[in-house]
Design a protein around this ligand. Sequence first.
Ligand SMILES: NC(=O)c1ccc[n+]([C@@H]2O[C@H](COP(=O)([O-])OP(=O)(O)OC[C@H]3O[C@@H](n4cnc5c(N)ncnc54)[C@H](O)[C@@H]3O)[C@@H](O)[C@H]2O)c1
Length: 335
Amino acid sequence: MITVPVPLGGGRGYDVLVGPGARHRLLEVLPVGAHRAAVVTQPGVDVVVDAGVEQRTFLMPEGEEAKCLETVEELCRAWARWGLTRADVVVAVGGGVVTDAAGFAAAVYHRGVAVVHVPTTLLGQVDAAIGGKTGVNLPEGKNLVGAFWQPSAVLCDVDVLATLPPREYRSGLGEMAKYAFLGVHDLPDLPLDEAVAACVRCKAEHIAADERETTGRRALLNYGHTLAHALETAGHYDLRHGEAVAIGLVFAARLARRLGRVDDGTVAEHERVVAGYGLPATVPAGHDPAELVTLMARDKKAVDGLTFVLDGPRGVEVVAGVPPDVVEATLRERS
Ligand SMILES: NC(=O)c1ccc[n+]([C@@H]2O[C@H](COP(=O)([O-])OP(=O)(O)OC[C@H]3O[C@@H](n4cnc5c(N)ncnc54)[C@H](O)[C@@H]3O)[C@@H](O)[C@H]2O)c1
């Protein structure tokens, strides 16, 4: 088992356990004194956990549409009927949809109850379950309501990934591709548990440096995400998150080239990494570039005009005030 610590300020922090069978370590990572465990999962997630204390399972619906305020209300009401208290723990077992929504419900129920994440998708293990960003979507956009709520522990059991549909697995590779541009090398050559742990370690470093995304370091984890979120909203989530990120990564490289920040070689490298994972690199036909620009302007990072994470001479950094016509022209590029 690989243990990756996530150190936070003020002596806080937690461990991420990565490896085969990690879900069986649940009892030992429960917060001290936890009486009962509210296990939140979905019908399609066939992963059993044993908290070793009294537990009850609360099912939430499938799909990105289920990551909404109504689900949070349903969970909180069901927990209230069961009598969940702050001395108890929520255990989120599922992909990013479950850990984001259940994590947010845990953040606001009784003004905060402990949560342990057991991510069951590759995307959840390398990204969504790590770092304490929780939240839900609004019809107006993705992740517009949320809270920072750090888990007590995260258990990344690579065994459970065996049942993932191939498209979901590939989607996780989209977030993995992102880490390749944030300094994690040789990911495709590593055994799965080590590759997951390498991504978690990279994310942990960014979070330790900037837990609440105030200095800009953590925002680098959003590489490829500005366009990705717009594509997901415009397409009503017909793309999987990691597919959208893959397109967003290549787009970010092309935008950086148009702005004179990188050369053709950098764009080619982005295309090579994304293609190597069998992921798409171009915006699917039918999207209106002007609509995508409008959606990107609504992004949470867009405090000063259009804001992107872009590669450049100083490496990957947050760039504000990117002119909309340059963004739109890049979207219209064919290659
Ligand atoms: N909080 C963060 O920092 C963060 C980071 C990245 C992504 N996210 C969010 O994560 C979400 C996407 O997560 P996702 O890609 O995991 O999608 P998902 O949670 O919808 O899971 C994908 C599908 O796989 C099924 N599934 C899950 N585990 C399975 C298993 N072991 N075997 C078989 N099927 C299984 C689920 O039931 C679901 O149908 C998005 O909403 C995204 O915004 C959050």
